[in-house]
Design a protein around this ligand. Structure first.
Ligand code: GDP
Ligand code: IMO
Ligand code: MG
Length: 429
């Protein structure tokens, strides 16, 4: 039995939801460890499509337990909506779902602050999802956040909120020019959410330790991607948490020694939603074609995603900082009609070759990608059930990725449906 982390190895939206759902049938626990409802994880089966923002992507497998870990920032309203949604689609959240008492909560003012800041900073806007993620993590690190457990302790909650609102209201009024928040309506709302969430709340790190000691299989589902990581991503155009494998430990309470497998998910090309550097971005017809065929529009905000070629420098960087030892390539089918497929193998920076992913935004904006071209396969691949069934041009691309990264590809995704995956014969979930 294993603890496996699933990591987005680009800028998010790599198809993590699809892969987690695909693997969950044979897994006992699926755990979200960071981020919040900024995530949009899409699952498709039986002709229906579901988008999950907070609930782990294993929820549609009735015997799989789904845990929201302490590192997630939870918007109670969104979570309650999502619980209703999955229950109406046949899942059993009352039995399957557990929520960490230690997770921080997103309050309505976090969303107001997030959106107001984005509007007020002009060109410096990050292009956030507006879900209150940044402000909620700011308050977590400032030690002025509220946690899920506070929702179930009305007296403590009231004391904390009276104190917090003094500071929050000064910020809302003078910094953001927004109306102040009255104590009682917010308190009533939080108490109600507390009652509704109570059946799900527990000490999830204790639950996970026991599961780990009993050798149960655990899948840790990252949100966002390595290049949006607060420390290792394209700062400041990042999210406010650690989607990388280190975050999987702090966000669940499981120790690093528990993790044996780190699975990196990468599209066969690259996308980014929101602002910030993107060395291989395509601005012309090829980018538009990928967006149309790949339906590259945000699962959370509906925004068009920026599209470009696969960037192996960035992927190798993601592999290093996460310790990725298994790769999944998704959306290979999206390239079916391309005459030529390109892959970035290095950068030219100020006239010099580099294969190091720069930390500086100015350098990232200046560099020019160096590409290796591959002949396109120009045919449908939906009938391919084994890697050997794929057209030889597609196989050549996959072999090149493995050779360059030194990591073997365990799953190749050839469509959005749960069933549209080619899994390596030696792979165990
Ligand atoms: P996540 O955030 O990493 O879970 O990814 P999203 O769900 O935001 O975005 C991935 C999108 O690609 C979703 O619309 C999926 O249904 C879709 N998708 C996933 N894998 C494949 C694939 O192999 N082929 C195609 N055509 N679509 C896919
Ligand atoms: P999943 O889990 C893609 C991006 C936003 C913005 C930046 C900061 O579906 O892959 P935030 O709201 O987190 O403060 O926004 O991060 N972003 C994502 N991009 N997929 C996601 O999640 C994302 N979550 C946040 O677009 O650029
Ligand atoms: Mg997504």
């Amino acid at each position: 039995m294993s603890v496996r982390v699933i990591i987005g190895s680009q800028w998010g939206d790599e198809g993590k939801g699809k892969i987690v759902d695909h693997l969950s049938e044979n897994v006992q626990h699926v755990v979200r460890y960071q981020g919040g409802a900024n995530a949009g994880h899409t699952i498709k089966f039986d002709g229906k499509t579901y988008v999950l923002h907070l609930i782990p992507s294993g929820i549609f497998h009735p015997n799989t337990s789904c845990i929201i870990g302490n590192g997630v920032v939870i918007d109670p309203e969104k979570l309650l909506e999502e619980i209703k949604m999955v229950a109406s689609k046949g899942a059993h959240p009352e039995r399957q779902l557990k929520v960490s008492a230690a997770a921080h909560i997103i309050l309505p003012y976090h969303k107001q602050m997030d959106q107001a800041r984005e509007k007020s900073v002009g060109d410096a806007a990050i292009g956030t999802t507006g879900r209150g993620i940044g402000p909620a993590y700011i308050h977590k690190t400032a030690r002025t956040g509220l946690r899920v457990m506070d929702l179930t302790e009305p007296e403590t909650l009231k004391k904390k909120l009276v104190y917090l609102l003094e500071e929050i209201n000064i910020q809302l009024k003078y910094l953001y020019k927004l109306p102040e928040i009255a104590l009682n309506p917010l308190l009533d709302q939080l108490n109600l959410w507390g009652e509704q969430l109570k059946p799900y709340i527990c000490d999830t790190s204790d639950l996970l330790h026991k599961a780990y000691e009993q050798n149960e299989s655990i899948l840790l589902e990252g949100a966002q991607g390595a290049l949006l990581d607060l420390d290792h991503g394209t700062y400041p155009f990042v999210t406010s948490s650690s989607p990388t494998s280190g975050g999987a430990c702090t966000g669940t309470g499981l120790p690093p020694t528990a993790i044996s497998k780190v699975m990196g998910i990468s599209k066969a090309y690259c996308t980014r939603v929101g602002n910030g550097p993107f060395p291989t971005e395509l601005h012309g017809a090829d980018g538009d074609k990928i967006r149309q065929i790949g339906r590259e529009f945000g699962a959370t905000t509906g925004r068009p995603r920026r599209c470009g070629w696969l960037d192996l420098v960035a992927l190798k960087y993601a592999i290093r900082i996460n310790g990725i030892n298994e790769l999944v390539i998704t959306k290979l089918d999206v390239l079916n009609t391309m005459k030529q497929v390109k892959v970035c193998t290095g950068y030219e920076l100020d006239g010099t070759f580099t294969d190091v992913f720069p930390k500086s935004i100015a350098q990232l904006d200046r560099l020019k990608p160096i590409y290796q071209g591959f002949k396109g396969w120009e045919c449908d691949i939906s009938h391919c059930k084994k890697r050997a069934d794929l057209p030889e041009e597609a196989q050549a691309l996959l072999t090149f990725i493995e050779h360059e990264t030194g990591v073997s590809i365990k799953i190749i995704s050839t469509g959005p449906d749960r069933s549209e995956s080619i899994t390596d014969a030696n792979f165990t979930a």
